[in-house]
Design a protein around this ligand. Structure first.
Ligand SMILES: [Zn+2]
Length: 190
């Protein structure tokens, strides 16, 4: 009887310990070191052939629901105007097609902030490529690169994402169901 109680107590304390530690572990996985951020920024500026920058974006982790809300809000905007990228308030929203909606991310020009899903982890190459994509939008903003329409900003972002994946032995079409035709269509100015 005593033994059983002891085992029960031990199980409970183990569960409690896991419950306490789990959020911390998750936070660590999600955490992006400033070195990693700088490394990705340097990689992106070299690919876009713009001068390197030390101005890093803020990175904010947010819930899936929040991201999708922002994404759809912006989607309506971009359909409506489709002209100067400076006109669309939260620009650069994204990205990732329906099949991979769990990997939605957004870059907000106004606050120079990349919003990533709480499900994002630094270890995943596919997730890193999403950060690369958003970093392209950050560099586009900092460098004052001009595009004929908001959609046209997507082409370099997807191409960089594709390159990052290929450098690590992965494929954009396989990981995100995005092929070149989709990229061209998405980037076309109507
Ligand atoms: Zn984008």
């Amino acid at each position: 009887m005593i033994n059983q109680r002891l085992i029960l107590l031990e199980s409970i304390s183990l569960l409690l310990l896991i419950a306490i530690l789990l959020p911390q572990l998750k936070a660590e996985e999600r955490n992006i070191s400033s070195e990693k951020l700088s490394e990705i920024a340097a990689w992106v500026t070299s690919k876009l052939e713009v001068p390197p920058t030390s101005v890093m974006p803020s990175v904010v982790f947010t819930s899936q629901a929040q991201l999708e809300l922002r994404r759809y809000g912006r989607a309506f905007n971009s359909v409506r105007e489709g002209s100067s990228p400076t006109l669309s308030a939260p620009t650069g929203g994204e990205t990732i097609p329906e099949a991979r909606r769990d990997l939605v991310a957004i870059y907000d020009d106004a606050t120079e902030t990349i919003y990533l899903s709480e499900r994002w982890t630094a270890e995943s190459i596919a997730n890193q490529s999403v950060l690369v994509h958003e970093m392209v939008h950050h560099v586009q903003k900092l460098a004052g690169l001009k595009y004929a329409c908001t959609g046209a900003r997507e082409r370099p972002a997807y191409l960089a994402q594709k390159m990052w994946l290929e450098d690590h032995g992965l494929d954009l079409e396989q990981e995100f169901q995005v092929d070149m035709f989709t990229i061209v269509a998405m980037s076309a100015c109507m």
